[in-house]
Design a protein around this ligand. Structure first.
Ligand code: HEM
Length: 186
C-alpha cells in the first residue's frame, strides 16, 4: 500500500519515464537543424520512435489513472490552486495524446511515406495510417501542412504547460514549503 499523500510506484514510474522521453524527443527536434545532413533522417526517425512510445505510455497512464485514485491535494492549497491543477493536468493528458497522434497523422500524409517505411528504434516496422496515405496527392500535401501546424501548435502548448507545471512545483515546494515533490518521488 502506498501512503495516501503519495502517488503509487507505477504512477511515479510512468510519470518520470514519460517526462524523460518527452524531453529527449523535444531536444532531438531542437537539434535537427544543427546536425550534419546525413544524420537528419536518423534524428527525425528517433523522434518519431520516442513519440510512438510516449503514446503507448499515455494509454497506460490513463488506464492506471482511471483504476487508481491519485492522492488528494493537501487541504492547505487554495481553491483556485485545486481548480488550476485539475485544468493543467487535464490539458497535459490531452497533449500526451494530441502530440503523438498529430505527429503520426502528419507523418502518414508525407508524400514519401510509401518509400520510407517507419521503424521503431530500428527494431520493427510501425504502420502509417492507411486512409491518410491513400488520399489524392494534392489533398494529402495540404493535410501534411495543416497537421504539421497542429503538431507545432501542440508543441508550443506543451512548452507553456510544462513551464506552468514546473513553476507550480517550485512555488509549493520552495515558497510555501509544502512537501510537493515527495508526492511524485519513490
Ligand atoms: C510526445 C510526443 C511528441 C512530441 C512532444 C513532439 C514534439 C514535436 C515538436 C516540438 C516539433 C517541432 C515543431 C516545430 O517547431 O515546428 C516536432 C516536429 C516533428 N514531429 Fe513530433 N512530437 C511528438 C511525437 C511525434 C510522432 C509520434 C511523430 C511521427 C510518427 C512525430 C513527427 C514529427 C515530425 C515529422 C516533425 C517535423 C520534423 C522536421 O521535419 O523538422 N512527432 N515534434
Amino acid at each position: 500500500m502506498n501512503p495516501p499523500d503519495k502517488y503509487s510506484r507505477t504512477a511515479i514510474a510512468l510519470h518520470w519515464l514519460t517526462a524523460a522521453l518527452i524531453m529527449a524527443g523535444v531536444v532531438l527536434i531542437w537539434l535537427v537543424d544543427y546536425v550534419p545532413d546525413e544524420q537528419v533522417r536518423r534524428v527525425i526517425d528517433t523522434h518519431k520512435s520516442i513519440g510512438i512510445t510516449v503514446l503507448g505510455l499515455a494509454i497506460c497512464r490513463l488506464a492506471w489513472r482511471y483504476t487508481h485514485r491519485p492522492p488528494a491535494l493537501p487541504s492547505t492549497y487554495a481553491r483556485w490552486e485545486h481548480r488550476a491543477s485539475g485544468l493543467a493536468h487535464g490539458l497535459l493528458y490531452a497533449l500526451l495524446f494530441l502530440l503523438p497522434l498529430s505527429g503520426w497523422l502528419h507523418d502518414s500524409a508525407w508524400k514519401d511515406a510509401g518509400t520510407h517505411p517507419m521503424e521503431i528504434f530500428g527494431l520493427f516496422n510501425w504502420p502509417r495510417i492507411g486512409w491518410v496515405m491513400s488520399l489524392e496527392p494534392g489533398l494529402k500535401e495540404s493535410l501534411h501542412t495543416a497537421l504539421g501546424m497542429v503538431h507545432t501548435a501542440c508543441g508550443y502548448g506543451l512548452y507553456v504547460l510544462l513551464t506552468l507545471h514546473v513553476l507550480a512545483v517550485v512555488k509549493h515546494q520552495w515558497i510555501d514549503h509544502e512537501p510537493e515533490l515527495k508526492r511524485m518521488l519513490p
